[in-house]
Ligand binder design. Structure first.
Ligand code: RM4
Ligand code: MN
Ligand code: MN
Length: 431
């Protein structure tokens, strides 16, 4: 039996911390009650929150320059699932996983499904990979995939996506995300309109192969790997394509895929309004698509994004809003488990804080053009330390009051270092 983070070890870790948490929670409850906010409703919201873990982020990540391996890294997909189970045991909001094909193509989908279910997890989405060449592949993606000038390359990329859809159906996945690296490094290299036409033609073939209730998410990115122009470069292009494809196609917003200083929360609001927000890839960045931990650089932006999401969820006039929350990060210098634990906590924090916004007051300030008080209404929620709510929600769900401390005390990584010797099979994502 492989080592795991057991409920008993977590409970043992929580026991001495519980009295202080109850005191802090009671105190915060009194303060919120003065503002006519029910702390229990916030705790329930925290317990109901869910975010998907990325299968491609469980190994130590790399940069363009190097990847430094770490002891005890998962070597196989099953070992990655073990790590996901450890994360979920600690935070209790990460029971779904997004897998990247072919990096994480299971040898036996049925066995993977059974194993994840036994761990209390599920595979919720698949991601295709036509941004690099894979072993045994006939055509190269050096000059593009779904938008390549050669129909045979486009067909190979479409077939790969259709294979992902079939695999997803076997695993019970509910969404498939397409992100392509297609674009040009030089002016003139790619014909702007024809490349987009080819994308749409290829995407239509993928769309028509969507099984059952599965949704198709189109992920845009401003630049990289193409450094001059990218075919699906921005939310406008992604929206137009999602609209052209049909009701089950949506845009996916990765927080790191925009020009510097772009107002991402407004993009989220636009896509919600247009009924085309499929999901989000959470991470953080300072300069480019840095894939740092969610909330580590711009926590206020994270809060403002959740402010839009929560505002819309309370607005009866908003249609078709069922966004998938996913983490998409790369951990070059931290333990991936610890980073994913911290990031998921930061998402719940922003989500709970967004629930704290006094929306009636905010609406009044907006009607009165009182800019200062409107900002104040948001800041009041953002500056409230909701940590006791998050810790109480985790503890009630069986998770850890202090997840990183618990993870270290329980000695999971040390145990895995003993169990997992030898080469890692999977490619970790490089930036
Ligand atoms: C890309 C993009 C995709 C992810 C790959 C690995 O930059 O964010 O979502 O699948 O990286
Ligand atoms: Mn992404
Ligand atoms: Mn990215």
């Amino acid at each position: 039996m492989n080592f795991r983070v057991s409920d008993e070890r977590i409970a043992e870790h929580n026991r001495p911390r519980l009295p202080a948490l109850e005191e802090d929670y009671g105190h915060l409850g009194d303060r919120l009650a003065r503002r006519r906010v029910d702390i229990e409703a916030l705790t329930r919201a925290a317990m109901d929150f869910r975010v998907e873990l990325p299968s491609w982020a469980l190994n130590a990540g790399g940069t363009r320059f190097a990847r430094f391996t770490a002891p005890g890294e998962p070597r196989t997909l099953v070992e990655k699932m073990e790590d996901c189970a450890a994360i979920h045991a600690l935070v209790r909001v990460t029971d779904a996983i997004s897998i990247h094909i072919p990096w994480d193509r299971p040898d036996s989908p049925a066995e993977l499904k059974a194993f994840t279910q036994a761990c209390g997890l599920r595979i919720n989405s698949t991601n295709s990979n036509t941004f690099q060449d894979h072993a045994g592949q006939v055509h190269s993606y050096k000059f593009g995939s779904l938008t390549h000038t050669d129909a045979a390359v486009r067909q190979q990329a479409v077939d790969h996506n259709v294979e992902c859809l079939a695999l997803g159906a076997e695993l019970g996945a509910r969404a498939h995300t397409v992100w392509i690296g297609d674009g040009g490094n030089y002016p003139g290299q790619v014909h702007a309109r024809r490349a987009l036409d080819r994308y749409l033609e290829s995407a239509r073939h993928i769309y028509s192969a969507l099984p059952g209730e599965c949704r198709l998410f189109l992920e845009h990115k401003l630049y990289e790997p193409a450094f001059y122009s990218t075919v699906i470069s921005d939310w406008g292009t992604s929206y137009v394509c999602a609209q052209a494809l049909g009701d089950r196609a949506f845009s996916l917003v990765d927080l790191g895929h925009h020009a510097p200083n772009v107002n991402v929360e407004q993009i989220v609001a636009r896509l919600i309004q247009l009924g085309k927000l499929g999901g989000l890839h959470f991470n953080d960045s300072k300069y480019g698509d840095d894939d740092l931990d969610a909330g580590s650089i711009k926590p206020f932006q994270l809060f403002l994004i959740f402010n839009e999401l929560v505002d819309a969820s309370k607005d009866g006039s908003v249609r078709a809003l069922d966004p998938a929350y996913m983490l998409d990060q790369s951990h070059a210098v931290t333990d991936p488990i610890e980073s994913l634990v911290m990031s998921s906590i930061e998402l719940v924090r922003a989500y709970v804080q967004a629930h704290l916004v006094d929306r009636d007051a905010l609406a009044r300030h907006q009607e009165n053009n009182d800019a200062l008080m409107a900002l104040q209404a948001l800041k009041e929620a953002f500056t409230c330390d909701v940590s006791p709510i998050l810790a109480m929600a985790r503890s009630r769900a069986g998770g850890a009051i202090e997840p990183v401390a618990a993870f270290r005390d329980i000695g999971y990584r040390e145990a895995k270092t003993g169990e997992r010797r030898g080469q890692t099979r999977q490619t970790a994502r490089a930036l």
